[in-house]
Design a binder for this molecule. Structure first.
Ligand code: CA
Length: 241
């Protein structure tokens, strides 16, 4: 299944470093975003280790990765980050999110994720979030203790309950995703989803501009709202044949 995609990453308006990284491969469709965290540039190291692990495995496989393959990649990336942190004390505690959309066959893909980098699907003019954030606030929304709106502006909004680079909880959620020809997928770090409300993301995607143009518009929207974090996104859609 052939795809087309555009990606963009920007440090935002406040931060010097960019700890986010993304990856796109249109044949077969394979897209990923990682958002690193940790002092002394360690966040950047963690997100790059995760992405390198993923891309190396994809290249070795030479074909679409299965759910088991993806689960192994997440476990391998977690181990690699822990090993590097053990060897370099300044990088202790570093971690990263990882969200992957992997086409499997015509009409089918897998989404795998740890952390709060999101996958959205824009279909029939409606934006739907397909991943559930692994965050303290999301757990409290699920438990009915916090509203979505309160969660958004909560001081703990970015506290992760699952992350790559920890010994406690790094197991990905892996789910099948059905794909129809006019779907448009958005993968993004919380520098986008935390700065730009879903209705505003929806409005940009509804404009149906070329993918690269919409990617720019989304980055601009995050920066116009303050650009408090690194902003990274991938837009991907199956190509019409
Ligand atoms: Ca971030």
């Amino acid at each position: 299944m052939l795809w087309e995609s555009a990606s963009a990453t920007d440090p935002g308006r406040v931060r010097q470093n960019n700890e986010d990284i993304c990856f796109t491969r249109d044949d077969p469709g394979f897209f990923a975003v990682a958002d690193g965290m940790g002092g002394h540039a360690a966040g950047e190291v963690a997100s790059h280790i995760a992405m390198d692990t993923l891309v190396t495995r994809l290249d070795e496989a030479g074909c679409a990765l299965s759910a088991d393959d993806l689960a192994r990649v997440f476990a391998d990336a977690n181990r690699a980050i822990l090993a590097r942190a053990a060897a370099e004390p300044l990088k202790r505690g570093m971690g990263t999110t990882l969200t992957v959309l992997a086409a499997v066959e015509e009409g089918q893909a897998l989404v795998a994720h740890v952390g709060d980098s999101r996958l959205y699907r824009f279909r029939e003019s409606r934006l739907e979030q397909l991943t559930r954030d692994h965050t303290w606030v999301q757990e409290h929304v699920d438990a009915g203790v916090l509203t979505e709106e309160n969660a958004r502006h909560h001081p703990f909004a970015s506290v992760l309950t699952r992350v790559l680079g920890t010994t406690t909880s790094a197991t990905p959620d892996i789910e099948p995703v059905d794909v129809i020809p006019d779907d448009l997928f958005l993968l993004c770090s919380d520098g986008l989803s935390g700065m730009v409300d879903d209705p505003d993301i929806d409005a940009i995607l509804a404009g149906r501009s070329p993918l690269a143009r919409m990617a720019e518009q989304l980055i601009d929207a995050a920066n116009d709202n303050g650009g408090l974090d690194n902003v990274t996104l991938v837009l991907a859609r199956p190509r019409h044949t």
